[in-house]
Design a protein around this ligand. Structure first.
Ligand code: GAR
Length: 191
């Protein structure tokens, strides 16, 4: 069994889609949800799925042990970032080389980097009059939105789109593609 943890910061709709997809999966199990915000929807989602959740303190995560002992204790083999807004500390990047995936709500390398998250991304896409946007699933390294791309798919930007309407279309794509991409990626890695 490949044991994975999800790191999230907010509503957790991707976490929910991932937990649904892997419920009863023969090879992959989500064993932990870690969140950096105290009041986030993702705790309730974890509880609904009977998965343990923890709150990450900034100090321990960014300048302490990065919670590596917690992940190790739960035999976590990979990390899934699902709307997680903190940069990962070198401790985790090194311990989980090639075993951390992130999803970004645009077609990287466009509209990535620090400060480019959630609605800000969709605002920037519309301000640039792009005719398409999409999602990128990539490996995580020490820089924001930089690692190797594992999966991308595009969708049209409607001339009448608002950041919210575009965001909704993108989120649907994320829910559809992130779980099977995680499945393909981790089932091909040596355990
Ligand atoms: C998702 O759209 C994800 O791509 C984005 O945050 C949203 C989280 O939604 N992540 C980033 O912008 C990272 N740069 P969720 O909490 O409902 O899954």
């Amino acid at each position: 069994m490949i044991r994975l943890a999800i790191l999230a910061s907010g509503g957790g709709s991707n976490a929910d889609a991932i937990l649904r997809y892997f419920a009863g999966h023969p090879q992959i199990r989500i064993v932990l949800i870690a969140c950096n915000r105290k009041m986030a929807g993702v705790y309730q989602i974890a509880e609904n799925h009977g998965v343990e959740s923890i709150h990450l303190s900034r100090e321990r995560f960014q300048s302490g042990d990065g919670y590596l002992p917690v992940f190790r204790e739960k035999q976590v083999r990979g990390l899934i970032l699902a709307g997680f807004l903190w940069k990962l500390p070198p401790t985790l990047i090194q311990a989980y080389t090639h075993r951390i995936l992130n999803i970004h709500p645009a077609l990287l390398p466009k509209f990535g980097g620090q400060g480019m998250y959630g609605i800000h991304v969709h605002q920037a896409v519309l301000a640039a009059h792009e005719t398409e946007s999409g999602i990128t699933i990539h490996r995580v390294d020490e820089h924001y939105d930089n690692g190797d791309v594992v999966f991308q798919t595009a969708c049209p930007v409607d001339p009448h789109d608002t950041p919210e309407s575009l965001g909704k279309r993108i989120l649907q794509l994320e829910h559809q593609h992130y779980p099977p991409t995680i499945e393909n990626y981790f089932s091909q890695l040596p355990n």
